[in-house]
Ligand binder design. Structure first.
Ligand SMILES: [Zn+2]
Length: 599
């Protein structure tokens, strides 16, 4: 029994020993094989950047599209036995560049992929693609960058750039990752979510030599990228290009739109820049130079610059006075130059003639009649009440607040109200004579070129406007103006007819004569806005034809003097170009292109 028992114990020891041995065999031999296999096959996540939606003009021509570029990526942990010198030679970089890039990648993550050389050109990619496989830990990732077939409309299109740490920190959706591109300004920013699409990921298996072995688990964990949506804008490329050409060597803006819909046809900001400068290559160098430029080419004047409107504001005054029944069609005043300086024209004159000849003293009376309606015997109180009424009308014209264009950074201008003057002069310490610079659109009143063009659209429509906008289609979805985008200004249609008529008179025998084109009934009003910082600004608004108008616009040329010169000429040329496709008056075009309007 003892022997038997000892045998059993012995056998048990042997069994246990065998189990241990087997375990050891598995641990040392078989699992080593697994480990080696794992080491040989590397699973690499490859980001698939979505196609960024293209941007088209209203006729379906490209404004912005994409070209492919390639980034050399690195996963520091997987870099082994690297011959740095050979690598530098193959990829055409210096050892210092290599060291810096490798240090940066390691600092970001030892195990995650980082950019090593960004933005390889098509040629460089063709040269190096055979070498990449020789360097474990390195791989090439394809993505696209913007290209602009016509170098125009830079501030409206905006630019795309690498996401900043601040933007990353603010991203509550947690979509973005370091190194991602994002729309920074213009339409690229406004429509970022539609344009960008959704990033995809592909898990790729490579052997120790870096040679691709196919997808991991047959793509079971892959996520396909979703392309961004294309934008169809309201821009008319031919008109935009012509507008930019006419504004060369000048400072200022052109805004042209379709009055009945608020669709922007052209949005010129001058000076501007070639949008191709701010695609990825040399972005920072170009950006710094543009930012330092004292003429501010990155400042989007049509929506951000706030100016005194000058004499075009006489039209606002006339409409308010007519509606308030404090001025009538036949109200007549003499051109009393003691009240305000003026230029030679017939006198006394009617409202129609006062608009046609832009008579300053006439509009001194008009504004007085609006703000002093004798509601109170106290002239200070009376002006206060009148001014508040006046402000109410201006707000309905879309002044004093941003109109809501689909671009970032739009400014609202300034409509000075009673509170504004209380702050400046003290409550009860100002009356009509204190604020008389408002008579003819000077003083504290500030309007953006977009608001001026929108006003031209209001007169063209005889009393309403649709919120100005630049995008009419996202992907396959049409963006139709909604009821809340329609704004009625609460002034009778008949008053607008009178104003439109007088504007036509200004073109056919008044201050806007340079805008005249045979066969087209153009309505326009010019202005010369006094500028406390230098030479006067040249201003003009127009629409055409008078009945069923197709285009409304505003032209603002800084420091260019008389509105009847630069602004009226540019307005006339643009209207002819848009309605007839050609420009018949070469003399006027030369006058604008060669004219020394920039002081
Ligand atoms: Zn006058």
């Amino acid at each position: 029994m003892k022997l038997h028992r000892s045998h059993i114990i012995h056998a048990a020891f042997i069994l246990v020993g065998l189990i241990f041995l087997t375990r050891l065999f598995f641990i040392q031999v078989l699992s080593d094989e697994y480990r080696l296999a794992a080491e040989k096959n590397i699973i690499q996540p490859v980001v698939e950047y979505p196609y960024r939606g293209a941007i088209y003009d209203r006729h379906g021509d490209f404004l912005a599209y994409n070209v492919p570029i390639y980034d050399l990526m690195v996963i520091p942990k997987e870099v082994k036995h690297l011959d740095t010198l050979a690598f530098c030679q193959d990829f055409g970089i210096s050892p210092q560049t290599f060291d810096e890039a490798f240090k940066k990648a390691k600092a970001y993550s030892y195990v995650k992929p980082s950019f090593f050389i960004k933005n390889l050109s098509q040629e460089t990619w063709a040269e190096i693609q055979d070498h990449v496989a020789e360097y474990p830990g390195f791989f090439v990732q394809a993505r696209t960058v913007r290209q602009y077939p016509t170098p125009m409309l830079a501030n409206t299109l905006g630019y795309v750039g690498e996401i900043s740490p601040q933007q990353l920190a603010k991203d509550t959706s947690h979509y973005y990752k370091q190194g991602d591109m994002i729309g920074i300004s213009g339409l690229e920013k406004s429509y970022e979510k539609a344009l960008r699409g959704e990033r995809g990921i592909r898990y790729q298996v490579s052997n120790a030599q870096g040679i691709a072995q196919g997808s991991f688990k047959e793509g079971a964990f892959d996520r396909v990228s979703v392309p961004g949506e294309d934008l169809k804008t309201t821009i008319d490329t031919a008109l935009q290009m012509y507008g930019e050409q006419l504004m060369e060597n000048k400072l200022g803006s052109i805004v042209a739109l379709v009055p009945q819909t608020g669709e922007i046809l052209a949005l010129v900001s001058s000076p501007s820049y070639n949008p191709n400068l701010l695609t990825e290559k040399d972005f920072s160098n170009h950006f710094v130079a543009l930012e330092k430029d004292t003429l501010a080419p990155l400042f989007h004047r049509p929506i951000m610059a706030m100016y005194p409107p000058g004499s075009i504001f006489k039209l606002h005054q006339a409409l308010i006075a007519l509606q308030e029944k404090v001025v009538y069609k036949n109200t007549s005043y003499t051109c009393n130059k003691k009240l305000l300086k003026c230029h030679p024209h017939p006198s006394p004159l009617s409202l129609h003639q006062a608009i046609q000849h832009s008579c300053n003293p006439y509009f001194h009376h008009v504004f007085r009649n609006i703000v002093n309606q004798k509601v109170s015997n106290n002239s200070y109180k009376d002006t206060r009440l009148g001014l508040e009424k006046w402000c109410g009308y201006l707000k309905r014209f879309g002044l004093g607040t941003a109109l809501g264009i689909d671009l970032p950074g739009e400014k609202g201008g300034c409509v000075p109200d009673a509170k504004f003057y209380d702050k400046r002069y003290g409550k009860g310490c100002w009356k009509a004579s204190t604020i008389r610079s408002l008579d003819i659109g000077q003083g504290e009143l500030l309007i953006t070129p977009l608001q001026m063009a929108n006003f031209a659209a209001i007169v063209a429509n005889r009393g309403y406007y649709y919120t100005p906008h630049l995008v009419k289609q996202i992907g396959a979805r049409s963006i139709l103006p909604e009821e809340e985008d329609k704004h009625e200004v609460a002034i009778d249609r008949a008053h607008f007819e009178l104003i439109a008529n007088a504007m036509q008179g200004a073109v056919e025998g008044g201050t806007a004569w340079r805008a005249h084109i045979k066969g087209i009934a153009i309505c326009a009003k010019t202005g010369t806005a006094e500028n406390p910082h230098g030479a006067d600004h040249s201003v003009g608004i127009a629409f055409a034809p008078s009945e069923n108008p197709k285009i409304a616009l505003a032209v603002y040329v800084e420091n260019a003097g008389w509105g009847s010169r630069a602004a009226a000429s540019i307005a006339g040329l643009l209207i002819e170009k848009y309605l007839q496709g050609t420009v018949s008056r070469a003399w006027l075009q030369n006058y604008v292109l060669k004219g020394d309007f920039f002081h």
